[in-house]
Write a protein that binds this ligand. Structure first.
Ligand code: SF4
Ligand code: SF4
Length: 173
C-alpha cells in the first residue's frame, strides 16, 4: 500500500520511464509553454525530451508514484494505465492526472476499486483530474467538482457522522 511515511522522490531500484512520456502530456509546464492535456512541444511521445539536458526544474524534480513505489505493478505504469499518480507532500492526498485521450481509464479495473480503497484506507481524498476538471473520491463516494481555476484550491471538510466532503475554495476568499 502507499505508506506516506516511506515516500521518497527518487526512482525505486530498477524502475525507469522506458518508453513512457505521459507526464509530458498531462501537466502544465509554464516554463516551456506546455498545457495540461497536450503534448509538450519538446516531447517526442514514447521516446523522450528534445531538450533533456536543459529541461526546466519542474521536469527535473518530477517523479510519479509508479517510478518511486515499486509495489505498483506493470498495470500501473502510466503509459499503460493512461494516468499519472502523485501524492501531495503536505496533505498526502493522491492525485490521478488522466490522459484526456483515455478520459475514463481510471474507471477501469484494477484501478477504480484500488483508488476507492486508497481513499478509504488513508481517510484522505483521491482527486482525479482530466485537464482541469476534477472528481474527488472520499469515503462517501465521488463528488464532481468541475473545473478548478488557477485561483482555487481544494479543501477537505470533515462532517458529523464521519462523512467527508471536498470543496473548492477561492484563494483569498
Ligand atoms: S509518468 Fe512517470 S514513468 Fe512516465 S515518464 Fe513521467 S515519471 Fe516516467
Ligand atoms: S520540457 Fe521535456 S521533460 Fe519537460 S515536459 Fe517538456 S518534454 Fe517533458
Amino acid at each position: 500500500m502507499i505508506d506516506p511515511a516511506t515516500m521518497v522522490n527518487r526512482p525505486a531500484q530498477g524502475r525507469d520511464c522506458g518508453s513512457c512520456t505521459l507526464c509530458c502530456k498531462v501537466y502544465d509546464v509554464p516554463a516551456v509553454g506546455a498545457t495540461a492535456g497536450n503534448w509538450c512541444p519538446n516531447c517526442q511521445p514514447g521516446s523522450g525530451c528534445k531538450i533533456y539536458e536543459v529541461r526546466p526544474q519542474q521536469c527535473r524534480a518530477f517523479n510519479c508514484l509508479w517510478i518511486t513505489q515499486d509495489f505498483l505493478g506493470p498495470d500501473w505504469k502510466p503509459d499503460k494505465a493512461r494516468f499519472v499518480l502523485t501524492m501531495d507532500g503536505t496533505t498526502r492526498w493522491i492525485f490521478v492526472q488522466v490522459d484526456p485521450g483515455a478520459a475514463q481509464a481510471w474507471r477501469k479495473e484494477p484501478y477504480y476499486s484500488q483508488l476507492k480503497r486508497w481513499a478509504a484506507a488513508g481517510n484522505r481524498p483521491v482527486v482525479v483530474f482530466v485537464r482541469k476538471l476534477a472528481i474527488a473520491i472520499t469515503t462517501n463516494g465521488e463528488t464532481t467538482l468541475g473545473e478548478i481555476g488557477a485561483d482555487e484550491r481544494l479543501v477537505l471538510r470533515n462532517l458529523p457522522g464521519g462523512r467527508q466532503v471536498v470543496e473548492k475554495l477561492r484563494v483569498g476568499a
